[in-house]
Ligand binder design. Structure first.
Ligand SMILES: [Zn+2]
Length: 246
């Protein structure tokens, strides 16, 4: 394979490797993503449940206090029954008693519903906490492993960065600029391998860009193979490569 095209191929590989290493160092390695996500979700769930229980406890106290107040009022009304003198007063008092009884019942029901909700949340919290212990341990173990692995990723990145500088120096400036623009625009995929197609045995051979399928003229294949010509696909503009066995 010709030197410049060969250098581009190596440069693309090195740029991708450096990119992966930098992402790992800035964040977490892919192998840790799942356990990290589970850990984060569990921590969030526990916090949400704790907050819910706290606000429900507050609501329960309010409902119980309101039921208590209404009960007190009910007691006072019931004491007054012996003291009323007229039928009208008696009727009015009974009405008040009915209303306050309904209030007591309403607040007690509210408190009961909140208590049920609290119990449900406590059960859920207990379950998440139970599972969290082993998850947390696994997470810490993996973090520790990653801390041990990190220095080797750093030194590998340094090697790759040296390779990148070396390869850049081998490539003419205008070509390098063109390649790097393409590399950025096409998300790290500035090269395409030419694919060969033969519809029928001994039929005509047709070449095309393996990424966008655009036809590549046979003359271009010869130029790439023999002179190492740098040719871009006419449709997707990727630099075309021809595999040695093609
Ligand atoms: Zn193409």
């Amino acid at each position: 394979m010709p030197r410049e095209l060969d250098s581009l191929v190596q440069l693309q590989l090195a740029l991708k490797e450096a990119d992966t290493a930098r992402r790992q160092l800035a964040d977490l390695p892919d192998s840790m993503r799942e356990v990290h996500e589970q850990h984060r979700t569990a921590v969030e769930t526990m916090r949400r449940l704790e907050e819910q229980i706290e606000s429900d406890e507050h609501e329960r106290r309010i409902a119980e206090a309101a039921a208590g107040d209404a009960s007190l009022k009910l007691g006072q009304y019931q004491d007054q029954i012996n003291r009323v003198t007229t039928q009208r007063e008696y009727g009015a008092l009974l009405k008040e008693i009915d209303a306050v009884k309904a209030k007591v019942g309403g607040h007690e029901e509210e408190a009961l519903a909140v208590i049920e909700r609290i119990e449900g949340a406590r059960r859920e919290l207990e379950q998440v906490r139970g599972e969290f212990t082993s998850l947390d341990q696994r997470y810490r173990e993996q973090l520790e492993l990653w801390e041990q692995e990190r220095p080797s990723v750093v030194s590998r990145l340094e090697d790759v960065e040296r390779d990148i500088s070396r390869l850049r120096a081998l490539i003419p400036n205008h070509l390098l600029r063109q390649f790097e623009l393409l590399f950025q625009r096409l998300d790290g995929d500035a090269l395409s391998t030419v694919a060969k197609m033969q519809a029928v045995a001994r039929g005509p051979v047709v070449w095309h860009c393996s990424v966008c399928n655009y036809r590549v003229r046979p003359q271009v294949i010869v130029e790439i193979k023999t002179n190492g010509a740098l040719v871009q696909c006419e449709r997707c503009h990727r630099f075309l490569r021809v595999e040695d066995q093609t």
